[in-house]
Design a protein around this ligand. Structure first.
Ligand code: NAP
Length: 483
């Protein structure tokens, strides 16, 4: 386990020697201590990334691709160790920890392949004797700031395209989950990523603003790639205006999941279980509001409740756990507040609806998988991400009504709907204000697809053939006097 910052190819403590504890959310035990870094540490990381940029951008794309490919191989070779580390610091069941390693690795492989395809254009010149070209260049030093819910995947899907494009990186993982990113960067160095190309500094929640502010103020940092909450994304957009950085912002969601009365209900329940309960409901694309057409409402709820009641809740150390702990006490407080508010406003608990405090089986941060019926737009869980294993079910009557309800949110990351009616599928897919739409499908994530939102869910796309462009800019070359 690596527990120090990685700057300029060396492991180092923070400049003032302060550390903070990383805890296992299943039982709050201390897993490790890591540097609580300062603005000086952030500046040292930027110095290293800036110095490395000149040489890294000049490495031929095929060679950068080969290094990324070696990194991919090393990550997969350490699948079990990394999977367990993810589960230990983040809490997700071990099967999901392993799955996240595969998912993170898939982005590294994808961008190893994309590195050699940053093609530009030859533009037909409007006058004789001229050649006009558009070439793609790396933007420069990229600051990568990531959340805790996918400690490997979030950082891999930013660092891999950055390196493929020829950029260098300074990164700050979330306070709760720094260990996976440090393990990943160790493997990147082993794969041949040169010193200074990836630099990681860890920090507590209190010091995160100081670290990131140092990068926001730094002219040499040309781009911010951020995944996290919308308020922090807005803050970064505002504060980077002074140095006009390029931004990729993958922010919060409030995903609707719609079940029409012509849907295959068993498929819809399967899709909802996958989409909602992955990572205990702590994903940005988790359905937050489930709308079921009145004619199938009761049957759907009955099928769903049976499946939810059967979920096994427990720590990642138990192989059969399907729902792990929430990330920390604040997360459990928020879930409890949402459920209590919904019940006070007329919702009925069908399954769950409580914290699990049985200390022998559960630690302090567990919440029971929950189904609520009678949800309404007035409830807090209609407007805010719950980020937990709670399914509020709303009854609706018409297609127009449910599309309006689904879009009645500032967010627009993911949306799902189930129908077997072709024309309705086309209409609803067009009408949903969302960057990602699942149509009769609950598992959407893929390195080959463009991932990102609209409205308050941010901008920029990760993965797919479009993902590399976020780390490149276009330079126009005009050659004259050729006739
Ligand atoms: P967060 O509080 O916004 O934190 C994200 C990152 O920003 C962390 O590294 C955090 O550091 C840092 N940060 C917090 N306050 C900051 C500040 N004032 N200045 C600079 N950096 C700051 O979000 P989170 O709670 O970790 O993650 C959950 C959110 O992420 C949800 O809204 C979820 O929907 C969203 N998310 C979106 C996507 C997507 O692809 N769209 C994917 C996953 C998650 P600390 O950890 O030290 O606070």
């Amino acid at each position: 386990m690596h527990t120090r910052n990685f700057v300029a190819g060396r492991w180092a403590g923070g400049s003032d020697g302060r550390v903070y504890a990383v805890r296992n959310p299943a039982d709050d035990s201390v897993v490790a201590e890591v540097p609580d870094s300062t603005a000086d540490d952030a500046r040292s990381a930027a110095d290293a990334a800036h110095a490395a940029f000149r040489t890294w951008r000049a490495v031929p794309a095929r060679q950068r691709a080969a290094i990324l490919r070696r990194w991919y191989d090393l990550v997969l070779a350490q699948r079990e160790t990394l999977g367990r580390l993810i589960s230990t610091e983040q809490g997700k069941p071990i099967a999901e920890g392993r799955g996240e390693v595969d998912y993170a690795a898939s982005y590294i492989a994808w961008f190893a392949e994309e590195a050699v395809r940053a093609n530009g254009d030859v533009i037909p010149a409007p006058v004789p004797g001229r050649r006009m070209l558009a070439v793609k260049e790396p933007v420069g030093v990229v600051a990568v700031i990531t959340p805790w819910n996918f400690p490997a995947a979030m950082i891999a899907r930013k660092i891999a395209p950055a390196l493929a494009a020829g950029c260098t990186v300074v990164a700050k993982p979330a306070e709760d989950t720094p260990l996976t990113s440090l393990a990943l960067v160790a493997l990147a160095a082993e794969a041949g990523v040169p010193p200074g190309v990836i630099n990681i500094v860890t920090a507590s929640r209190q010091r995160a603003p100081a670290v990131v502010d140092a990068w926001l103020a730094d002219e040499r940092v040309r781009k911010i790639s951020f995944t996290g909450s919308t308020p922090v994304g807005r803050h970064l957009a505002r504060e980077s205006a002074a140095t006009l950085k390029k931004l990729s912002l993958e922010l919060g969601g409030n995903a609707p999941f719609i079940v029409f009365d012509d849907a295959d209900l068993d498929a819809a329940v399967d899709g909802l279980m996958v989409a909602k309960f992955r990572n205990g409901g702590q994903t940005c694309v988790c359905p937050n509001r489930v709308y079921v057409q009145r004619g199938v409402h009761d049957v759907f709820v009955e099928k769903l409740a049976r499946r939810v009641a059967a979920l096994k809740v427990g720590p990642a150390s138990r192989d059969d756990s399907q729902i792990g702990p929430m990330i920390n006490a604040r997360a459990v407080e928020k879930i409890a507040r949402h459920v209590d508010d919904a019940v006070a406003r007329g919702a009925r608990v069908v399954v769950g609806g409580k914290r699990l405090r049985d200390a022998a089986a559960h630690g302090p941060n567990f919440y029971a998988p929950t189904v609520l019926v009678g949800a309404t737009p007035a409830m807090a869980l209609s407007c805010e991400e719950t980020f937990g294993p709670v399914v509020p079910v709303y009854a609706f009557d018409t297609e127009d009504e449910v599309v309006a309800l689904a879009n009645d949110t500032p967010y627009g990351l993911a949306a799902y709907f189930y129908t077997q009616h072709m024309a309705r599928a086309a209409r609803v897919a067009d009408a949903l204000e969302s960057g990602i739409v699942g149509i009769n499908e609950g598992a959407l994530a893929s390195e080959a697809a463009p991932f990102g939102g609209v409205k308050a869910s941010g901008y920029g796309r990760e993965g797919s053939v479009h993902g590399l462009d976020d780390y490149l800019h276009l330079k126009y070359l005009c050659e004259g006097r050729l006739a």
